[in-house]
Write a protein that binds this ligand. Structure first.
Ligand code: PLP
Length: 439
């Protein structure tokens, strides 16, 4: 028998002590040794997020009528995001729980638009091979058809190949700004022009870049156009809980014009419980996530985001220059910001990842090509030199034939040799099932 609900309550202090003790084995993101999952903007911002979230922890964004405060904050967050991303006064959107929900909503809207406006029975999408798995997940949930478009040698999607995949049922083309694996921006101008010429929609996934690229550009970083300034871009996703530095559970999905957003909404007028109208995927929507996003945007302002983008660009340059100097290692493609991957022609990068793990660093592993993934935040400015010296030493000892510490290299090596992807999927399902076993 696993854990059961305690018969009697535990005092607050003791519960908090237990919670704090539970942190012990977690990734130590504050010291800058992890490169994904947490986007830390400093202790002061964290404290504000906690206070703002706490202030609205009970409120429910499902009812804008009961909570006009949340409605106002959500509208203001969406408006600030839309204006950062080149939207005009017609632009509209919704806050969601994260990038996955934003992408799901854009696809749901495109599906309904395809059915109602284009008369397509089973709408079809075209998504870059490098696009986030949230697209594959949305297709899985929403019963639409799709194709992956292949990448060019520079890891941007091949737009000519995309064009060949277009069929009468196609309603949406997708590009990333930037892509998660390699941090490169797809040719949004070409994708959007293609979509427009075919009379279909174009979504730009700026989950990573939405609250970073506009500031990087202001700081003088040359960037290709990627937002609503590009004619033909009809929707965008941008994550507040990434480089927006908001509390988790916050993203926006944006539409060039309000008409498209209507296809996202769900209503049901036939319920005994009354009239039901829900803007996005979730029913109950946490007021805290809305308030925390609103609070951090006001607290940082353009100035605060620019400072953080500057720090990220500087750390990234140092890291990439340093990696370029390590024999055998190279940065993949031409990443535009703090998200990038590096690989090797001579070393096993998975073993390199295990060697770095042993020194407390956590770098995500990537496949096709084998690579380690870096996602720079302001927390990394203080550790760039140590990172590079550890990486240099690890690479050197591997090159000298010293064995890597045990880690995930064996598993990645094994997975790479299985030609049947279904077998790998089955393995992952078993893995998840085991992880969430009863305590
Ligand atoms: C993180 C991410 C997503 C998914 O966002 P979640 O908040 O994890 O649901 C989608 N696209 C890109 C490019 C991302 O980086």
């Amino acid at each position: 028998m696993g854990k059961t609900l305690p018969k009697t309550g535990t005092p607050r202090d003791a519960v908090m002590q237990q919670l704090k003790a539970l942190h012990a084995d977690d990734a130590k993101w504050k010291d800058g040794k992890t490169f994904s999952l947490v986007y830390f903007a400093g202790d002061e911002v964290s404290a504000l997020l906690k206070d703002a979230y706490g202030e609205f922890i009970a409120e429910n964004g499902l009812s804008p009528v009961a909570f006009p405060s949340l409605r106002q904050m959500e509208c203001e967050v969406v408006s600030m995001a839309a204006s950062l991303l080149g939207g005009d006064d017609d632009a509209s959107g919704t806050m969601t729980s994260g990038g996955t929900e934003s992408i799901m909503m854009a696809i749901k809207a495109a599906r309904e638009w395809g059915k109602k406006v284009k008369g397509v029975k089973r709408p079809h999408l075209i998504v870059p091979a490098s696009a986030h798995p949230a697209f594959d997940k949305a297709v899985h949930y929403f019963d639409v058809d799709y194709d992956h478009a292949p990448l060019l040698p520079d890891f941007r999607v091949d737009v000519a190949a995309m064009e060949k995949l277009i069929r009468p049922e196609t309603v949406l083309l997708v590009g990333s700004a930037p892509s998660y694996p390699h941090g490169v921006i797809d040719d949004i101008t070409a994708i959007a022009a293609l979509a427009k010429s075919k009379g279909i929609l174009c979504h730009v996934d700026a989950c990573l870049g939405g609250f970073f690229l506009p500031f990087a550009r202001k700081l003088g970083r040359p960037l290709p156009p990627f937002d609503f300034a590009v004619e033909g871009v009809t929707s965008m996703s941008a994550d507040l809980h990434k480089y927006g530095y908001a509390a988790k559970g916050a993203s926006v999905v944006l539409y060039r014009s309000g008409g498209l957003r209507r296809h996202q909404f769900f209503t049901y007028a036939g319920w005994n419980g009354g009239l039901y109208a829900s803007p996005s995927f979730c029913g109950t929507r946490p007021g805290g996530a809305i308030a925390a996003a609103w609070a951090v945007m006001h607290h940082l302002g353009e100035e605060g985001y620019l400072n953080r983008a500057q720090s990220i660009l500087e750390s990234t340059k140092k890291m990439q220059d340093g990696i370029g100097k390590i024999p055998g290692l190279r940065v993949i493609g031409e990443p535009v910001g703090g998200v990038f991957a590096f690989g090797s022609d001579s070393l096993n990068v998975y073993e390199l990842g295990d060697a770095m793990d042993a020194r407390g660093w956590k770098l995500d592993r990537q496949m096709n090509p084998a690579a380690l993934h870096v996602m720079v935040t302001p927390a990394h400015a203080a550790v760039v030199e140590r990172f590079l010296s550890d990486l240099t030493q690890c690479a050197k000892s591997l090159a000298a034939g010293e064995p890597a510490p045990d880690g995930s290299a064996a598993m990645y090596g094994m997975v790479g040799t299985i030609p049947d992807r279904q077998q790998v999927d089955d393995f992952l399902v078993e893995f998840l099932d085991g992880l969430f076993n009863r305590a």
